[in-house]
Design a protein around this ligand. Sequence first.
Ligand SMILES: [Zn+2]
Length: 274
Amino acid sequence: MNIHHLDCGCMCPFGGMLFDGTTRGLFAHLVCHCWLIETDHDGLVLVDTGFGNADVNNPLRIAPFFRRLNNIKFKHSLTALSHVKRLGFEPSDVRHIVLTHLDFDHAGGLSDFPDAMIHVLQNEYTAAKTLDNWRAVRRYREPQWQRSRYWRFYEPEGEQWKGFSSVRPVLQSDMDLLMVPLPGHSSGHAGIAVNTQGHWKLHAGDAYFHHDEVHKPQRHCPPGLRFYQRMMDHDHAARVATQNSLRALALTELEGLQIMCSHDKVELLDRQVG
Ligand SMILES: [Zn+2]
């Protein structure tokens, strides 16, 4: 099994280093870190999709509030579909898409793979369909997934895994690919864990935004990302508890375990060269 670490989006909010902690100049740089997993029996599995070609062609699919706040740079070259083709695969080779959640910056590429099976927590899909507050209306964009015909929903029940509960296997094959609820950021937010050659990798989605939030004994987060996370919190206390659990896991399981999030440029570069 081989994992490709893809950058499927570019967001450059105002604030530079004050926003993301690393980028010099007036504007920050947030990536959309997605995985493309080559499996033995289940084709290609995409974990999150970033922005898709329809977002690039029609940025109005994204709510003006987030388009402007995040200063999104729409590029065909960054879409998951472009990465899949560049790596020599056909779009139809992507048979499964596993989502950390359905926010606009994670689900945009779904419309490029309408025949793939979409895996997501039930609560997330329900919230995205219900749109019961001003933030939900702007974060969830139904045109991004209305072409998707095949869905598999996961209830919050299952096994324990490294201190996290209600963990469910995603595929029926013997591959270790797990849906790990990481509550707080959105109604049904999850991490995706995969075991490759005896070592676990955990894609934590938007459970945190800056590496020093979980990879240091004390949380550190630049003010811009602190503000953004607070604004997006579905359940603030749950998000804080999730980060605390991730930090504890990162500190106790340094050997072989890799934890990464969606929007940290430094983490993505580390994984791409490592
Ligand atoms: Zn995000």
